[in-house]
Design a protein around this ligand. Structure first.
Ligand code: ZN
Length: 105
């Protein structure tokens, strides 16, 4: 009975000190950065790439480490390569279209 009590108090004392210190350190780290770190976690928006047909773009999902996707073009008999999974095709305004990057052949 006495042994058991002694053991528990000893372990409790030993544990409580470093835990408190760690908690303080963690709190300080959390409070310091003014900007939230969420920016990196935000889901990336799909990118548009120019297709061979003026005014048409392919919607490409931005996924890190993607090997790239080859898709059959709806406007020409060739296939094109984009850096991510294809989500679809979209008609865009001419001004926007000319600003986009071209798909690879
Ligand atoms: Zn094409």
């Amino acid at each position: 009975m006495m042994r058991a009590t002694r053991r528990t108090t000893r372990t409790a004392r030993r544990r409580s000190r470093p835990a408190k210190r760690a908690a303080k350190r963690r709190l300080a780290k959390l409070v310091k950065p003014a900007r939230p770190v969420r920016v990196a976690v935000a889901p990336p928006e799909p990118v548009l790439y120019k297709l061979c047909k003026p005014g048409w773009a392919v919607i490409v999902e931005r996924i890190p480490n993607a090997q790239g996707t080859r898709f059959v073009c709806p406007f020409c008999p060739k296939s094109h390569r984009v850096p991510g999974p294809v989500r679809g095709f979209k008609k865009v305004r001419r001004a926007q279209w000319s600003r986009l990057r071209r798909v690879e052949e």
